[in-house]
Write a protein of this length. Structure first.
Length: 76
């Protein structure tokens, strides 16, 4: 998921998403251990999504309103 998508969710949705992502990560580790996972990079992506959710929750806890900036392309 994109980081911007997490900023529009409320805290309850983020907590539910975090729980869902942790369950998904557990299942991915199990599939990887039994050689049933075709793309192991999915594990890395899931870990990054978990970190993004935790970051947004922590920023809200500390009342830090940092939203991702729109990507700006540099002109030559």
């Amino acid at each position: 998921m994109d980081a911007k998508e997490f900023f529009v969710m409320n805290n309850d949705e983020l907590t539910a998403k975090l729980k869902e992502l942790k369950a998904q990560l557990y299942a991915l580790h199990f599939k990887h251990a039994t050689n049933q996972l075709s793309n192991p990079l999915v594990i890395v992506d899931t870990k990054r999504d978990i970190a993004r959710v935790k970051t947004v929750l922590r920023q809200r806890e500390l009342n830090i309103s940092v939203e991702p900036k729109a990507s700006v392309k540099k002109s030559k």
